[in-house]
Design a protein around this ligand. Structure first.
Ligand SMILES: C[S@@+](CC[C@H](N)C(=O)[O-])C[C@H]1O[C@@H](n2cnc3c(N)ncnc32)[C@H](O)[C@@H]1O
Length: 258
């Protein structure tokens, strides 16, 4: 584990971070994907990795024949267990899912860019584990940060307000952002096939993996997964022949090659 992967894990382990995820609002591309592939989810064996506080568990656990949720943050597992009573949610890391047999799951979900908190080598390890636990032809649904996106916020910003309470909150937030940015900018790097960026999420508290959809398709293929389709934030299918510059996230569906 690199230093920054530990920083990301600590961020997701914090109570303040976990509380942000206690809700059940699906994003538009997730709705498109879950509806389109509902026949492959309904009654099947579903693994929800990085389940957080249970946002997707609320839906997937009802449709699945067997539903298992894992997260490497104990705080998230605690929130999920409270939020989704009766759901099988335990501590677990995508990099080591040895407790599950080869080919056990029909559908694997890793929502909301959870995979992007891993460094390059660990991401590849996670993809190999996901492929292993999927049955041949099984589906993998996930999202990731888009390297082609042109509107990304790069530095903490401050907007003045005359509301004294809001101003106080903004000062505290700005202080957190600049402190984290100072700590994390040293981890940023640009490689040919991906980029590591100190992301504005959680007050610049995450160091995040960014990739273009072309390189993502190649990365998945190398891991034995075929990219079926990719959606933008508005729920439109992305044209793979052109760079996608107006969506910060890519929502992908991949299928395990036999
Ligand atoms: C952005 S949150 C999303 C939570 C939830 N899936 C949602 O959509 O609301 C990412 C989640 O992935 C989890 N995560 C990140 N890396 C992980 C890993 N290596 N193994 C398991 N969970 C991981 C984090 O703890 C966090 O709960």
């Amino acid at each position: 584990m690199t230093n920054y992967e530990e920083i990301n894990k600590q961020c997701y382990g914090a109570r303040r971070t976990a509380s942000v995820y206690v809700h059940s609002i699906l994003q538009m591309p997730e709705v498109m994907i879950y509806v389109k592939y509902r026949d492959e989810i309904a009654g099947s064996r579903v693994l929800d990795i990085g389940c957080g506080a249970g946002r997707t568990a609320v839906f997937l656990s009802k449709w699945a024949g067997e539903y298992v949720a894992i997260d490497y943050s104990c705080e998230m597992v605690g929130e999920c267990t409270k939020f989704c009573r009766g759901v099988d949610c335990t501590f677990g890391d995508v990099r080591d899912m040895s407790r599950y047999e080869d080919g056990h799951f029909d559908f694997v979900n890793f929502a909301n860019n959870g995979m992007d908190s891993l460094g390059h080598e660990d991401r590849l390890l996670g993809l190999r584990e996901i492929r292993r636990v999927l049955r041949d032809g099984g589906l993998f649904s996930f999202s990731t940060h888009n390297r082609d996106y042109v509107g990304a916020v790069k530095e903490p910003d401050f907007h003045f307000t005359i509301d004294p309470f809001a101003l106080m909150r903004r000062i505290v937030r700005y202080h957190r952002c600049t402190r984290n940015r100072r700590r994390d900018r040293v981890f940023e790097r640009s490689e040919e096939t991906y980029e590591i960026i100190n992301d504005p999420a959680h007050n610049f508290g995450l160091i995040t993996y960014y990739i273009t959809h072309r390189h993502l398709a190649a990365q998945l293929e190398e891991a034995g997964l075929d990219l079926v389709e990719t959606y933008d934030l508005k729920g439109n299918v992305i044209d793979m022949a052109k760079p996608c510059t107006d969506s910060s996230w890519l929502y992908c569906v991949a299928r395990k090659r036999a």
